[in-house]
Design a protein around this ligand. Structure first.
Ligand SMILES: [Zn+2]
Length: 298
């Protein structure tokens, strides 16, 4: 079989890269970097606070992963721009709340932190939009419009979306949620989705990091829901004062818990044994994962 390739392609292959179009700046036929849909810092944190050195995905619970999902999506310049924002999100917000030693009650939200969160919504929803879902054509058009508006915002360094924030601060139960949900709330990553509801046609976009959810409510929600949402706005935010979250987010957390139970039940003996062995290797050390289990009533 004959195959032709350019020198540029050989060069790219040698670096372990892929040539393509950048999803953000639309640069054509350039070297694309592998980027995480959800920032790498969240997976690093998960491994550091775990009793094993592996990550499990509820969709394929019997496979061990070293890292979170990645795709060749962005050119080097765009990847660099987003990772600079992500660093601010990790240091300025994430690590202050996802903290087993001491949580900070006051966090300082900057424009860059908001942009980092928006860029995660954009990447996470873009890379999963063709996954199996029950969206109608009307829904799909709204998803595309959301992705395009977010992309323009990221390119222009402004955050036009109203992003809401639900941190989990202090001792459970929090926001009236069952104690058993605590482990998933504190440990799971991703869960990105845009869910649609009719009459009026409206959506709820969401993703999570350990100890926190970020979400966006489109126009059309009742005051009863929007009034319980805490907006991510530039300035000081005292997370200890947040009393409640919208019912739609509580329902979504409940759904995540059900999926977690289902995947736990689907784990085979070989994998259960692997986990037991890993945990034994680490015995004597109380990890963050152990603390979350305890706080979950287990
Ligand atoms: Zn680019």
């Amino acid at each position: 079989m004959e195959s032709n390739t350019t020198e540029k392609e050989l060069d790219v292959a040698a670096e372990g890269g892929v040539l393509g179009d950048c999803a953000l700046c639309d640069g054509k036929n350039i070297l694309l970097k592998e980027s995480h849909s959800i920032p790498k810092f969240a997976y690093d944190w998960l491994k550091q606070t775990s009793s094993t050195n592996f990550i499990r995905d509820t969709r394929d619970v019997n496979v061990r992963h070293q890292d979170g999902p990645k795709k060749h999506l962005l050119c080097g310049g765009c990847e660099g721009k987003l990772s600079a924002w992500e660093k601010k999100l990790a240091e300025g917000l994430f690590k202050k709340i996802a903290n087993y030693r001491k949580q900070n009650s006051v966090v300082v939200i900057s424009e860059e932190i908001k942009l980092a969160v928006l860029s995660v919504f954009w990447r996470a929803l873009l890379t999963t939009k063709d996954d199996e879902n029950n969206r109608t054509d009307e829904d799909k058009a709204v998803v595309d419009a959301f992705l395009e508006a977010s992309k323009q915002d990221i390119l222009n360094n402004r955050c036009g979306s109203t992003i809401c924030f639900a941190p989990f601060f202090g001792e459970p139960p929090i926001y009236g949620l069952p104690i058993a949900h605590t482990y998933g709330i504190e440990r799971s990553i991703g869960s990105q989705d845009i869910r649609f509801i009719d009459h009026p046609h409206r959506y709820f976009a969401v993703f999570k990091l350990p100890f926190m959810y970020f979400y966006i409510l489109s126009p059309g929600w009742d005051f009863e829901e929007t009034n319980k949402a805490t907006k991510l706005e530039v300035g000081d935010l005292d997370v200890s004062k947040i009393q409640d979250i919208p019912q739609i987010l509580k329902d979504y957390i409940g759904l995540g818990y059900k999926e977690f139970l289902k995947s736990k039940a689907a784990m085979d003996e070989v994998n259960k044994e692997q986990i037991r062995r890993e945990v034994q290797k680490n015995s004597g050390k109380v990890t963050g994962s152990d603390k979350s289990l305890r706080r979950s009533g287990q």
